[in-house]
Ligand binder design. Structure first.
Ligand SMILES: Nc1ncnc2c1ncn2[C@@H]1O[C@H](COP(=O)(O)OP(=O)(O)OP(=O)(O)O)[C@@H](O)[C@H]1O
Length: 455
């Protein structure tokens, strides 16, 4: 029995019943329809692999106009649809014309069963390749996104970052699941990409998923895919991120933000390495290397029953902690040089430097937004500095800029919020958990605001 969904539309009940009886022995789903007016509703709610369509529905009419019309409607709803026309002997010219309009093939009435089967099998193969092409296109899109990300060197040679490099080298050669821990902007995604680039899967796709940005309702369809008609917006079959990542690496960022319900769903996939698209009945095996990252204290969350212990055990075969910038101030000079060069090129201001005294101040600052904050600071300074040597610390360090001079009070609520957050971080020595507590918000909410303000 072949798994395929076949739809036959013809106004002749006898033809429909005979076709169904025969095809049901070969295919898992065979649906018949006498009324062509129902075609639109049918093709919008389900995905048929092959549609057999009569050319003429009104008795005595044989110009094929109706067939052309419905063929057009089907292709409008699903441009990948595979339609076989059912025609009478005198209508072969019409059928050939219809093939120019997008029909795949035609069968002559009355047909021989084996001939009909052969035509459907060939059409099914075409359908399969069309789907493959569609999937490849999606993967290609994701690949291009990944490739579009400029290759970024992981800058730093402090002892703390050297340890991270060693771990990357050691873990990359294996297929072990990796959990990357670290504050916002410390370079967790960069570490994940470095592991992938040095792994056996390096020629395959790297799919990055920001779990914090996917809503609860879209989670399953985004990650596991869906079949056409599974919900209102599901216009066609779509593979999820796990399927797309097959053969390569999937990077699940912000894993600490998942609700308990979604954690269970994720765990099932990680345990069985199979996904079931939303609305589908079959499971699809997927082969991926898993890398997760979070800025949340997962062990504490397990203790508070906010994160499943079994999920933590599943994802943390190897843990890599990326240290915050304030624990590797030795890297600041290298990072500054790197960003000065990159932004000097971008904004056509080559040869820019940072004054030594300012650099010293930067090393004492607590960098709550870590490298991302440093990167934005250098970019801003390259744009705003009037001199080639950047000598005003406030161009680079939000901490001192946070203490506004009397003559430049904040002008907008946004500015106020940023200053308030920076001051509070300053008061709490850069500790995000304590700052969140002091400001009466969750760590996640604070991180979101810090990201918004480029802190
Ligand atoms: N060692 C590094 N060398 C060069 N650039 C870096 C380094 N670490 C981080 N960056 C840059 O800092 C920015 C933030 O890095 P990344 O997105 O990897 O951090 P993250 O820890 O994943 O952040 P988040 O937790 O907010 O998702 C990126 O633009 C990245 O290129």
């Amino acid at each position: 029995m072949i798994t395929a969904k076949i739809l036959i539309v013809d106004d002749d009940r006898d033809i429909l019943e005979t076709a169904r009886m025969f095809l049901k022995q070969e295919f898992s789903h065979v649906q018949i329809e006498e009324n062509p007016q129902r075609i639109n509703a049918l093709v919008r709610s389900a995905e048929y692999d092959v549609i057999l369509l009569d050319m003429n529905f009104k008795i005595g009419v044989n110009d094929g106009e109706e067939g052309f019309f419905w063929l057009g409607e089907i292709l409008k709803a699903d441009p990948q649809a595979v339609v076989i026309l059912i025609t009478a002997y005198g209508e072969v010219d019409l059928a050939v014309k219809a093939m120019k309009h997008g029909a795949t093939d035609f069968v002559l009435k009355p047909w021989k069963n084996q001939k009909l089967l052969g035509t459907i099998m060939a059409a099914l193969q075409l359908r399969q390749s069309k789907k493959e092409v569609e999937k490849l296109k999606l993967t290609q899109e994701k690949l291009s996104n990944a490739i579009d990300q400029p290759y970024i060197d992981f800058i730093g040679d402090s002892p703390a970052i050297q340890r991270v490099h060693e771990l990357i080298d050691r873990v990359a050669a294996t297929d072990a699941d990796v959990l990357i821990l670290g504050e916002n902007g410390t370079g967790k995604e960069l570490v994940a990409r470095a592991i992938h680039r040095n792994s056996l899967r390096k020629d395959k796709v790297f799919i990055s998923v920001d779990l914090g940005a996917i809503t609860e309702t879209l989670f399953e369809s985004e990650l596991f895919g869906h079949v056409k008609g599974a919900f209102t917006d599901a216009r066609q079959d779509k593979p999820g991120r796990f399927e797309l990542a097959s053969g390569g690496t999937i990077f699940l960022d912000e894993i600490g933000n998942l609700s308990m319900a979604l954690q269970s769903k994720l765990l099932t996939v990680l345990q069985h390495r199979k996904v079931q698209r939303v609305g589908a009945t079959q499971e699809i095996p997927v082969d991926f290397r898993l890398i997760c990252a979070t800025n949340m204290p997962l062990n504490e969350m397990v203790y508070e029953k906010k994160f499943r212990q079994d999920l933590l055990y599943r994802i943390n075969t190897v843990e890599i902690r990326v240290p915050p910038l304030r624990e590797r101030v030795d890297d600041i000079t290298l990072l500054c040089d790197h960003f000065l060069q990159a932004y000097g090129k971008k904004y056509k201001r080559p040869g820019m430097k940072i004054d030594k005294a300012v650099l010293q101040k930067m090393k004492k600052y607590f960098w709550p937004g870590n490298i991302r904050e440093l990167q934005h600071a250098v970019e801003r300074a390259v744009i705003l500095s009037e001199d080639r040597v950047i000598a005003s610390p406030e161009l680079l360090i939000s901490g001192s800029a946070a203490k506004p001079k009397q003559d430049s009070p904040p002008r907008t609520l946004e500015e106020m919020e940023k200053i308030f957050i920076l001051q509070s971080l300053d008061d709490n020595g850069g500790n995000v958990s304590q700052t969140a507590l002091a400001l009466g918000m969750t760590r996640t909410a604070l991180y979101r605001r810090m990201k918004k303000h480029g802190i």
